[in-house]
Design a protein around this ligand. Structure first.
Ligand code: SF4
Length: 374
C-alpha cells in the first residue's frame, strides 16, 4: 500500500542498538543485538517504502545509539532513505551519537553522508555521575568526541546533559555547566533525572532530591546557559541564535511526522500510531507485511487543539490562542479559557503580544498545568 503523504515535514528513524543499557534509560533499546543491525536496516528500508516520494524537511536518527552502526551500515541506511524520500534542499539532518566509539574517520564519514547536526549524549562531565548513570564513557572521552566532531566539520552540535542526580551539589552542577559552556556547542538539551518505570533505577526505589532543590537547580541552569549565550527556546532546550532544532520544533508546534523503526511513533492526519518495541517482533512484522504498527489512536480535533496548546506552552514563543483556533478550525472550550485566566492570575502564565507564555514559575510546574489543560 502506497501512503504518499503531503505536508510531512519530519522523519524520525529509530536505531535501537546500544552497547549497554544505562541505568536511567526507558527508551526502546536493544542491547547485545548488534549482530542483527544489517537485518534491521533491511527492515527499515522495507518499512519506508510505504511513504515513497514524501517530501521531508528534517530527518532525525535517534535511538538507541545510531552512531553504534558502522559507517558501511549507516551509508546503506542513508542510501535507502535518499532513494525513497524527497529531501528538501538545506534540510536538517540530525544524528544522535554517543561519545564512545567516535573516531575521526567515523565522524568524517557521517558528515560526508549528509548529516549536518549531531546530538551528542554526554549527560555529565563528572566521571562519578557518569558511572552512577551506567554510561559507557568518561569525561575525557566526551570532550574528545566533541572535538573530533568539530574537526570533522560539524558546526551544529547539541550536547545532551542531565542534572538532579541525588545529592548533586551546586558546585558539581556548575562545574558541568562550565564544562559545556567551554565546548561552545550551538545547542544544549538539559533534563532533570527522572526515575521511569522501565528503567533499571526504578527497581532500586531510588529517591530523588526534593522539588525545591530541583527547582533551584533549574533556575541556576537557565540563568547560566542564557549568560553563556545559549538562549532558552523550550523548557529543556537552549540554542545560539539560528540553531534551534527544526526537527523538534515540528513536534512542539503540533506538526505531522513519520516515525520508522522499532517503537517509533508517527502522527499524520489526526492519527497517532506507534510500532512494536520488541526487536524480533518488529523484524518479523516487517518481513511479513512491511509494517510494524502495534497500535494507534485517532485524535479528535479538540484533543489536537489541546495538545497544540500544551506543546506550545513548552516553547518560549508560547501560543497564540486565535492562531491555534484558526489552525484547528475550533474554538478553545470556555473552561480552558477560564483555566488559562486562573494560571495567569496565579503567576504561572503571562499574555504578551497576543501569546500565552509560561513564566519561570509556570515552567517549574508545567507538567501539572498540562495535566489540567488536557
Ligand atoms: S540512554 Fe541512550 S545510550 Fe543509554 S541505553 Fe538508553 S538509548 Fe542507549
Amino acid at each position: 500500500m502506497q501512503k504518499k503523504l503531503k505536508n510531512f515535514f519530519s522523519l524520525y528513524v529509530h536505531v535501537p542498538f546500544c552497547a549497554k543499557k544505562c541505568l536511567f534509560c526507558s527508551f526502546a533499546v536493544s542491547v547485545g543485538q548488534g549482530h542483527r543491525a544489517d537485518e534491521y536496516i533491511d527492515a527499515l528500508k522495507k518499512e519506508i517504502l510505504a511513504y515513497g516520494g514524501t517530501s521531508i524537511a528534517s530527518v532525525y536518527l535517534g535511538g538507541g545509539t545510531p552512531s553504534f552502526l558502522s559507517l558501511e551500515q549507516m551509508a546503506r541506511l542513508v542510501d535507502g532513505l535518499r532513494v525513497n524520500f524527497d529531501f528538501v534542499d538545506g534540510g536538517e539532518w540530525t544524528l544522535e551519537a554517543n561519545p564512545e566509539g567516535l573516531d575521526p574517520a567515523k565522524a568524517a564519514g557521517f558528515k560526508s553522508l549528509g548529516f549536518n547536526r549531531i546530538s551528542l549524549g554526554v549527560q555529565s562531565f563528572n566521571d562519578a555521575y557518569l558511572k552512577f548513570l551506567g554510561r559507557a564513557h568518561g569525561r575525557a572521552v566526551a570532550v574528545d568526541a566533541f572535538q573530533i566532531l568539530r574537526g570533522a566539520g560539524f558546526d551544529n552540535i547539541n550536547v545532551d546533559l542531565m542534572y538532579g542526580f541525588p545529592g548533586q551539589t551546586r558546585q558539581e552542577l556548575e562545574a558541568d555547566l562550565r564544562a559545556v559552556a567551554q565546548l561552545e556547542s550551538e545547542h544544549v538539551s538539559i533534563y532533570t533525572l527522572t526515575i521511569e518505570p522501565r528503567s533499571r533505577f526504578y527497581a532500586t526505589q531510588m529517591k530523588l532530591d526534593d522539588d525545591e532543590k530541583l527547582a533551584d537547580d533549574y533556575v541556576r541552569v537557565t540563568q547560566f546557559l542564557e549568560q553563556a549565550g545559549l538562549k532558552q527556546y523550550e523548557v529543556s532546550n537552549f540554542a545560539r541564535a539560528g540553531f534551534e532544532s527544526r526537527h523538534n520544533l515540528v513536534y512542539w508546534e503540533g506538526g505531522d511526522y513519520i516515525g520508522v523503526g522499532m517503537g517509533a511513533h508517527s502522527l499524520h492526519k489526526a492519527r497517532r500510531s506507534w510500532n512494536t518495541e520488541n526487536l524480533s517482533e518488529y523484524l518479523s512484522k516487517i518481513r511479513d507485511s512491511g509494517q510494524a504498527e502495534e497500535d494507534g489512536e485517532d485524535l479528535s480535533t479538540q484533543k489536537r487543539l489541546l495538545e497544540g496548546l500544551v506543546f506550545g506552552l513548552r516553547t518560549n514563543r508560547g501560543v497564540s490562542i486565535p492562531l491555534l483556533e484558526k489552525q484547528f478550525k475550533l474554538n478553545l472550550p470556555g473552561q480552558h479559557k477560564i483555566l488559562i485566566d486562573e494560571f495567569v492570575q496565579g503567576g504561572f502564565l503571562v499574555i504578551q503580544d497576543g501569546y500565552v507564555r509560561t513564566t519561570l514559575n509556570g515552567r517549574l510546574v508545567l507538567d501539572e498545568l498540562s495535566k489540567r489543560l488536557i
